[in-house]
Design a protein. Structure first.
Length: 94
C-alpha cells in the first residue's frame, strides 16, 4: 500500500478510524495513534474519541486492525488530518 506513513482513514464495521499507517500485514493494518472519529451532533463539529472503544485504553500508541473488519482504507481529508494531528500531539495546526 502506497499510503505508508500517511494519515489514513480506516473505514471499518465499527466506524471510521483515523491514524498514521505504520504497516500493512497479511492480515491487517498497523495504525499509529488510532482515534475513532465521532460525527457532529447538532451544530457542533465532529471530533475524535480518545481511543477505539468506550472501555479500552485511552490514547493508544498503535493498534492492529484485522482486514476482515475493514471495508477500505483511504487518505484522510486534509482538515480531518489536521484535527487528528492536534488531537494526538497537542500542536495547533494553521
Amino acid at each position: 500500500m502506497k499510503m505508508k506513513g500517511e494519515v489514513v482513514t480506516v473505514i471499518s464495521m465499527m466506524g471510521e478510524i483515523v491514524g498514521r499507517l505504520k504497516e500493512e500485514t497479511l492480515i491487517g493494518y498497523v495504525i499509529e495513534s488510532p482515534r475513532l472519529f465521532v460525527p457532529a451532533q447538532g451544530d457542533a463539529s465532529g471530533g475524535f474519541a480518545p481511543g477505539l472503544s468506550m472501555t479500552g485504553e485511552q490514547n493508544p500508541n498503535s493498534a492492529h486492525i484485522n482486514k476482515g473488519l475493514v471495508m477500505t482504507v483511504v487518505k484522510t481529508h486534509e482538515q480531518v488530518a489536521k484535527g487528528w494531528t492536534e488531537a494526538t500531539s497537542g500542536l495547533v495546526m494553521p
